[in-house]
Write a protein that binds this ligand. Structure first.
Ligand code: PEP
Length: 252
C-alpha cells in the first residue's frame, strides 16, 4: 500500500523553551504542505509544551522505560509520555544502545510497554562501520529486528515504524550508497513480512543518518524508503521543512 512519506525530527538532547519557536514554525509549515506526515521528538522536558503548542505535527519521546511506574530514578514511562501528550516514541536509537548499553531484549520490552500504553513506536536499527566493512551489515540489522521488535502488532502496521540508521552515518555527513540503502530496506521489508505477514508489508521503513535538504530527494526516492529520521537538520524550521518539501509535499 502506498503511504505518505513520514518525516520525523529527533532533537536528541537539544532544546529549551526558546527552541519551541522553531517547532511552531515547523508546525505552520507542515500545515501549508500536504501529502507528508511530519513528527518531532524533543527531549522529555519539552514534550508537553510542544504537544500543547503544535496542531499538525505529531510529538513523541526519544525513549521510555519498560515499566509503567516504580523505583527507576531518572526514567520516564510510556504512560507518562502519553500523559504529556506524546503520540509515539523512538526506541533503540544507536546513541541509547551505545551510551546506555541498551540491548535488543530491553528495546523489545520497551516496545511492548509503549504499544500497551497506546503509543506508536519507531524502532531504530543499524550497523557500525566495522560491521559493514566485514560484510555483516544485513545480518546485524536482521538480528536487531529479530531481537527488538514486538512479537505482534495487535492494531496493525500503523503501530510500528522501523528506522534504518547506519551508526557511521549519524551526525557525520556521510551517507551510504543508494544501492546499499536499497538493499538494506529490501531486507528489512522481507524480515517484516516474515514476522508480521500482510501487516509487515505496510510498516513504514525510514532511512536515518545525515539526511539534509541536499540529499533527501535522492534517498527518499529509493524503493522501500518510506521517509526519514532526521537529527541535526530537524533543529531549524528552514532545514527541516526543506526535507519535508523534498519528500514530495504539495505546497498548498
Ligand atoms: C539520528 O540521530 O537519528 C540522526 C539521523 O541524526 P543526523 O540526522 O544528525 O545524522
Amino acid at each position: 500500500m502506498a503511504q505518505q512519506p513520514f518525516i520525523v525530527g529527533n532533537w536528541k538532547m537539544n532544546g529549551t523553551r526558546p527552541l519551541l519557536a522553531e517547532a511552531r514554525a515547523i508546525d505552520r509549515g507542515a500545515g501549508r504542505r500536504s501529502g507528508v506526515r511530519v513528527a518531532l521528538a524533543p527531549p522529555f522536558t519539552l514534550v508537553m509544551a510542544m504537544a500543547e503548542a503544535l496542531g499538525e505535527v505529531a510529538v513523541g519521546g526519544q525513549d521510555c522505560h519498560a515499566a509503567p511506574s516504580g523505583a527507576h530514578t531518572g526514567d520516564v514511562s510510556a504512560p507518562m509520555l502519553v500523559d504529556a501528550g506524546a503520540q509515539f516514541v523512538i526506541l533503540g536509537h544507536s546513541e541509547r544502545r551505545a551510551d546506555h548499553g541498551e540491548t535488543d531484549e530491553q528495546v523489545r520490552a520497551k516496545a511492548d510497554a509503549a504499544i500497551e500504553a497506546g503509543l506508536s513506536i519507531i524502532v531504530c536499527v543499524g550497523e557500525t562501520e566495522a560491521q559493514r566493512d566485514a560484510g555483516d551489515a544485513e545480518g546485524v540489522v536482521a538480528a536487531q529486528l529479530e531481537g527488538s521488535l514486538p512479537a505482534a502488532l495487535p492494531e496493525g502496521a500503523s503501530e510500528l515504524t522501523v528506522a534504518y540508521e547506519p551508526v557511521w552515518a549519524i551526525g557525520t555527513g556521510r551517507v551510504p550508497a543508494v544501492a546499499d540503502v536499497s538493499a538494506m530496506h529490501a531486507r528489512i521489508r522481507q524480515e517484516l513480512v516474515t514476522r508480521y505477514g500482510e501487516a509487515g508489508a505496510d510498516v513504514a521503513i525510514l532511512y536515518g543518518g545525515s539526511v539534509n535538504a541536499a540529499n533527501a530527494a535522492e534517498l527518499l526516492a529509493v524503493p522501500e524508503v518510506g521517509g526519514a529520521l532526521v537529527g541535526g537538520a530537524s533543529l531549524t524550521a528552514d532545514s527541516f521543512l526543506a526535507i519535508v518539501l523534498a519528500a514530495g509535499a504539495d505546497q498548498d
